[in-house]
Unconditional design. Structure first.
Length: 174
């Protein structure tokens, strides 16, 4: 395998310690490509074979850390790292772009997101796209609710969704 191809396929996993536990951020050569919620058992992050971490990854990791800490505190994100959403289909990427526009403390329903992408009948597909979101919390799928302000689902679990929305001052009907 060529060095260039190896670099393109390289993924760096770095921990982010928060008051809510250790998240694990994943980076490709293009940017932040994944964010995992804390697990109950031990440290998940793995560094790539002892190879040095490029300075741009360090910079992106600091931006990711700041964005995550803000979101976990119920505050808006001031600066996003570059995002690598290439894992998603075109439809999923369109949904994720809409999610990024939902301001802290606000919500949309799955139907409203479907309206935003111009396909009112795609409500269930929007829900699946939210569930496939590789960067939950920063791409705020927790701000998407079922109809009538009901909680709906969440890839990180409903406890996380309730916690994140409560920190943003969102009241739910359950």
């Amino acid at each position: 395998m060529s060095v260039e191809r190896e670099l393109k396929e390289q993924v760096w996993e770095l921990p982010i310690d928060t008051r809510d536990g250790e998240f694990v951020a994943q980076y490709s050569q293009k940017g932040l490509s994944g964010l995992n919620f804390p697990r109950k058992q031990g440290h998940l992050a793995r560094l790539p074979n002892g190879k040095p971490i490029p300075s741009e990854i360090h910079r992106w990791h600091q931006q990711t850390t700041n964005a995550l800490v803000n979101t976990l505190s119920g505050k808006p994100i001031k600066e996003f790292p570059p995002l690598d959403l290439s894992v998603g289909t075109n439809f999923q990427q369109r949904v994720w772009q809409v999610l990024k526009t939902i301001a802290c403390g606000n919500t949309l329903s799955y139907g409203e997101v479907a309206d935003e992408i111009g396909d009112r009948k795609a409500v269930r597909a929007v829900g699946r796209a939210c569930g496939a979101n590789p960067i939950p919390v920063l791409i705020p799928c927790h701000r998407v609710l079922a109809s009538n302000q009901k909680i709906g689902g969440f890839s990180g679990g409903l406890d996380w969704k309730r916690k994140l929305l409560a920190r943003e001052g969102v009241l739910l009907l359950e």
